[in-house]
Design a protein around this ligand. Structure first.
Ligand SMILES: *[C@@H]1O[C@H](CO)[C@@H](O)[C@H](O)[C@H]1NC(C)=O
Ligand SMILES: *[C@@H]1O[C@H](CO)[C@@H](O)[C@H](O)[C@H]1NC(C)=O
Ligand SMILES: *[C@@H]1O[C@H](CO)[C@@H](O)[C@H](O)[C@H]1NC(C)=O
Ligand SMILES: *[C@@H]1O[C@H](CO)[C@@H](O)[C@H](O)[C@H]1NC(C)=O
Ligand SMILES: *[C@@H]1O[C@H](CO)[C@@H](O)[C@H](O)[C@H]1NC(C)=O
Ligand SMILES: *[C@@H]1O[C@H](CO)[C@@H](O)[C@H](O)[C@H]1NC(C)=O
Length: 347
């Protein structure tokens, strides 16, 4: 309140004729220090709070509310330690914020298995906060944790659905603010599993009385259901074959690629012991009720792709028996002209 203030006041009074404005000016000038404090408070406290706390919170919350929609995973060029993985997805958000998300390394793990152990590391590209955004990633995937990948494959094979979480630390840049904020990208997706390959069909079958050049005495077409969103290249797959609790032979599917959303027709071949099969055909209910349809079971024995054993597939297929009904009675009649009556063939 020095003397210097006075000329300013009179000057202002002279210029302004409106009392309201004059009052404001008088008030403003009189309390200039209060405004200064307020300004300082805004600059020192509110702006940083906004920039350091509110904006990142809003950005994180926007990111948290965005949805990751999986359209497909494809696993190809599978080798024992590396494979090519493609993930096609869409990120859906409410939009409204103009922001760029930096590329980041995300891990994938089974949400419902503790402790959370990543089975894959994915390099996500830069994205924006657009409402609908396609994120397709194709990369070489080094297999760091073969047990975790095997468990994922087991769940994929066995479960009706499974939940996978993608998680990574990245930074977001909101338009108009010259700062990058750290944010966490974490999304859990629920995807259909293969449900023990339930519904696998084997038909168009033939039986040979003497084995062919591969030593096989049975061939047929297999149709593997395609419930899952995951396509994978297996290679040459060998299965143990069981009938009514006993091992009766081996089943082979060569160059197997299971494709999501495709009918997955493959030729199969097998070497099966005759005696247990003929014996079962003569027993109830197979000789009457099922009309010669036998409940074979298969379980993975080996998965070899271009000479490399793929443990992460073998040990997944190895864990369960899949039951596949096969019309052996009908095949025997068609291929060899024999029908086995209840009680077996007369000696
Ligand atoms: C992403 O993959 C999907 C297949 O799921 C394809 O239809 C689409 O064209 C791809 N988009 C881009 C940008 O590559
Ligand atoms: C998936 O399958 C595995 C192995 O059979 C089982 O242990 C697990 O509880 C299943 N998880 C879900 C969520 O169904
Ligand atoms: C075998 O099953 C498939 C799939 O259900 C069907 O499309 C095909 O016609 C069947 N073939 C024979 C010979 O029955
Ligand atoms: C496999 O995919 C095809 C094509 O999308 C579909 O027509 C068929 O019903 C599917 N089969 C199974 C068993 O899911
Ligand atoms: C698969 O079935 C065979 C024959 O019934 C049995 O010996 C074996 O223990 C089963 N394996 C699994 C993993 O269930
Ligand atoms: C499957 O086995 C056959 C015969 O041994 C071989 O020629 C072929 O290259 C194998 N395929 C794969 C994908 O390994």
């Amino acid at each position: 309140m020095g003397e210097n203030d006075k000329p300013v006041i009179s000057q202002a009074e002279n210029v302004s004729e409106k009392p309201r404005k004059r009052g404001c000016v008088g008030h403003c000038v009189k309390f200039w220090w209060a405004y200064l404090i307020l300004l300082i408070v805004v600059i020192v406290v509110v702006v940083p709070v906004l920039i350091l706390v509110a904006v990142p919170k809003i950005a994180q919350s926007k990111l948290d509310h965005a949805e990751l929609i999986l359209e497909g995973i494809s696993v190809s060029n599978t080798q024992s330690n590396v494979m090519t993985m493609s993930i096609n997805s869409v990120i859906k958000s409410s939009g409204g914020v103009s922001a760029n998300i930096e590329p980041f390394e995300g891990v994938m793990y089974l949400e419902d298995r503790l402790p959370h152990t990543p089975f894959a590391k994915i390099n996500f590209p830069a994205t924006t906060a657009a409402k609908l955004q396609t994120v397709n990633v194709t990369q070489e995937l080094e297999i760091h944790d073969i047990d975790a990948l095997t468990t994922f494959n087991q769940w994929l094979l066995a479960n009706e659905t499974l939940r996978v979480t993608v998680e990574g630390e990245t930074r977001i840049r909101v338009k108009g603010i010259a700062r990058n904020y750290p944010v966490t990208f974490k999304k859990t997706i629920e995807m259909p599993g293969l449900n023990h390959l339930d519904g696998t069909i084997v038909n168009n079958t033939d039986i040979f009385l003497s084995p062919d050049e591969n030593g096989n005495n049975f061939v047929g077409d297999t149709y593997i259901p395609n419930r899952s969103l995951v396509s994978f290249e297996l290679g040459n797959v060998t299965f143990f074959n069981y009938l009514l609790g006993d091992e009766v032979g081996e089943v082979f599917i060569d160059n197997l690629v299971v494709v999501a959303g495709a009918p997955n027709k493959n030729r199969m071949r097998a070497t099966i012991q005759n005696d247990p099969v003929l014996h079962a055909l003569g027993e109830k209910p197979y000789c009457d009720e099922t009309n010669g349809v036998l409940p074979f079971q298969i379980r993975g024995k080996s998965v070899k792709n271009h000479g490399e054993e793929l443990e992460y597939f073998t040990n997944a297929l190895n864990k369960y028996n899949q039951t596949i009904p096969i019309d052996i009675g009908g095949t025997l009649k068609k291929s060899v002209g024999i029908t086995i009556p209840c009680g077996g063939l007369p000696h």
